[in-house]
Ligand binder design. Structure first.
Ligand code: 6PG
Length: 246
């Protein structure tokens, strides 16, 4: 398994975590490819960061027209559903910031089924990338945000799922989620997620301390398997830091 060494950054609280994540994201935007490609994540952990981006000074300062926004996984529900990851990102910042419509790339969760949605999103990613194969020297994304589930999942890559072993397909349908909400999912697989200048995990709650200890301790859980061609950063609040790395 490929595993780049990771960097751990500990911050005081969720507010500082959002500030630090925003600073990293902004740096990636200014240093990034043209256009810049950011892969967002769902769940509650990135929401404070998203809201920050929609407020000043970022709203006025960011080069919104040259940033494209993707989603690493989504629940197979329409965007109007409160469970939708892209719906939540839109409500938190994409709809209120000056983002050109064509710069938002949702997983098409109104397709007939998650497999069809996965195939379509894979085609969209490949078209945007300009190739069918990932070139290690040319990352698909400038930044990939990731969350950590209480069972060690990340994106919608759940423990023991066949999707963990996928090396060919970039996006797959997940008929059964490994934990709530128990709706089908669509998720990027590890190779496209890893095709990033930076992968940034956000851990903003003390509840994650036990699972974080297992992941950082090397247990074979999805979040431990996640790797990046560029920097692999784990940004966490102090209350989530497992004893072993304090
Ligand atoms: C999803 C996710 C998922 C999430 C983690 C952490 O759609 O559920 O993308 O991988 O990031 O479960 O979720 P929280 O941030 O809510 O703890």
């Amino acid at each position: 398994m490929k595993q780049r060494s990771r960097k751990i950054i500990v911050v005081a609280d969720a507010e500082e975590l959002a500030q630090k994540a925003a600073a990293r994201l902004i740096e990636r935007i200014w240093q990034g490819s043209d256009p810049v490609r950011i892969c967002l994540t769902g769940g509650s952990s990135p929401q404070r960061l998203y809201r920050l981006l929609a407020g000043e000074p970022h709203r006025a300062a960011l080069p919104w027209a040259r940033v494209h926004w993707f989603m690493g996984d989504d629940r197979f529900v329409p965007e109007s559903d409160p469970l939708s990851n892209m719906g939540a990102a839109r409500r938190a910042f994409l709809d209120s910031a000056p983002v050109p419509r064509q710069n938002i790339h949702p997983i098409p969760t109104t397709a007939n089924n998650p497999e069809v949605a996965a195939d379509r999103y894979e085609a969209e990613l490949k078209q945007f990338y300009g190739a069918d194969r990932l070139d290690p020297g040319r990352p698909l994304f400038d930044l990939v945000l990731m969350g950590l589930g209480p069972d060690g999942h990340t994106a919608s890559l759940f423990p023991h799922a066949p999707a963990l072993e996928e090396t060919q397909r970039w996006v797959v349908g997940v008929a059964k989620a490994g934990m709530q909400p128990f709706v089908p999912r669509v998720t990027l697989t590890f190779p496209p997620l890893a095709s990033a200048s930076e992968m940034l995990f956000l851990v903003d709650s003390a509840d994650k301390r036990p699972i974080l200890g297992r992941v950082l301790g090397g247990e074979d859980l999805p979040a431990h398997r996640a790797y990046a061609q560029g920097d692999l950063i784990w940004l966490m609040i102090r209350a989530a830091v497992p004893g072993a790395i304090k």
